[in-house]
Design a protein around this ligand. Structure first.
Ligand code: RAM
Length: 347
């Protein structure tokens, strides 16, 4: 939850000092200053997805402002197994903190526990892990993402017809939690004429996303709508529909997409609306959270607050809905023809 900026901005502005020393910021735990000269490992779902690259760059911006170093390390496939060597590398490098996007809710816990035993602070972002003693930097309220996706599609297809979900990796914590709320929302009377017929998994790989999409379209020729809660899935589907325009007569696409990837398809009518938060700000907030934990400004307890540079102050929320202590970046933006060219959509 965000805090009013005025009091915090003044405090942060009066305190930046040379690298290798301290950056004073208000926090409600022990230390009142961010240590600089620390190393933070950012372990995204993979190193290829443009969304992850933008998020990691946001993290780098934050850490550079503090005088810390970012190391980005992960695999090219969205699996827990591909992330474990990066956790081991962080331990070997005596990193101060790890910021990880979970490709699986529990498979990473043993490795993260080893990192914590070595004194490394663990923060998850974008996609949570169900491991003890960590803080989750959530891009937006999880339930709100699930329900708003269903309502976006419902409004476009007149709340009736067969629909499907083109998701990411089958073990992805974030997509699976959003899908849980989509199903919950679809159970409401308002959606009684909308039928979820299939969920397919593209593993956040463009080629796999295309293959499962084509399978879906041939299995369900009367499909009216697709929700793709992944920037890789929605951009792959938009690209395909853009060259198969006849499908658009009966099929509507929405989901979570990067404006930079989706602009063309919004402007040519392939996709009317989709939503997202700013992944750079998500990485930036995670960078400050990790540095604040590693500096002792916060310990990760609900109710504590910390300052995240240009984003202002944040408060740690108590565990809820299967997520431990968390910080929420803010509500997502719905993108359409009206705002797709706005400077604020430039990511
Ligand atoms: C993809 C990834 C990421 C998710 C976005 C919406 O880039 O799956 O984890 O948050 O889509």
């Amino acid at each position: 939850m965000k805090f009013p900026k005025s009091r915090l901005a003044v405090a942060a502005a009066t305190a930046v000092m040379a690298a290798g020393s301290l950056v004073a910021v208000p926090g409600t735990a022990g230390a009142s200053a961010l240590k600089s000269g620390q190393t933070v490992y950012f372990i995204p779902k993979d190193t290829l997805n443009p969304y992850e690259v933008i998020a990691d760059k946001g993290g780098k911006m934050a850490l550079q402002a503090i005088g810390d170093k970012e190391v980005v390390s992960s695999g090219t496939a969205d699996t827990a197994a591909a992330q474990i060597p990066s956790i081991q590398a962080a331990i070997a490098a005596k990193a101060a903190a790890i910021v990880i996007a979970g490709n699986d809710p529990s498979a990473l816990c043993p490795s993260l526990a080893k990192a914590q035993a070595a004194g490394i602070k663990v923060v998850s972002f974008d996609s949570d892990v169900n491991c003890p003693n960590h803080m989750f930097i959530n891009q937006a309220n999880t339930e709100q993402i699930g329900t708003s996706e269903v309502d976006l599609l419902g409004a476009e297809i007149g709340y009736q017809g067969q629909i499907a979900i083109l998701s990411a990796e089958a073990t992805a914590t974030n997509q699976n939690s959003w899908i849980k709320y989509m199903k919950q929302e679809l159970a409401l009377p308002k959606y009684s004429k909308m039928k979820l017929v299939s969920i397919v998994y593209g593993n956040d790989d463009p080629a796999t996303s295309l293959t499962v999409l084509q399978g879906l379209l041939s299995a369900y020729p009367n499909l009216r709508g697709i929700i793709s809660p992944t920037t890789v899935g929605i951009s792959t589907a938009a690209q395909y529909l853009d060259t198969h325009k006849s499908l658009l007569k009966h099929l509507t696409l929405t989901g979570l997409g990067l404006p930079s990837q989706m602009k063309k398809y919004v402007l040519d009518g392939t996709c009317k609306e989709f939503e997202l938060w700013n992944p750079s700000n998500l990485g930036y907030l995670a960078g400050y959270a990790a540095a604040s934990l590693a500096s002792g400004v916060i310990t990760g307890k609900p109710g504590q607050t910390f300052t995240a540079g240009k984003l202002g102050g944040y408060k740690i929320l108590p565990p809820a809905a299967g997520t431990g202590p968390s910080v929420v970046l803010g509500p997502p933006t719905v993108f359409n023809k009206a705002n797709i060219n706005a400077p604020s959509s430039n990511f």
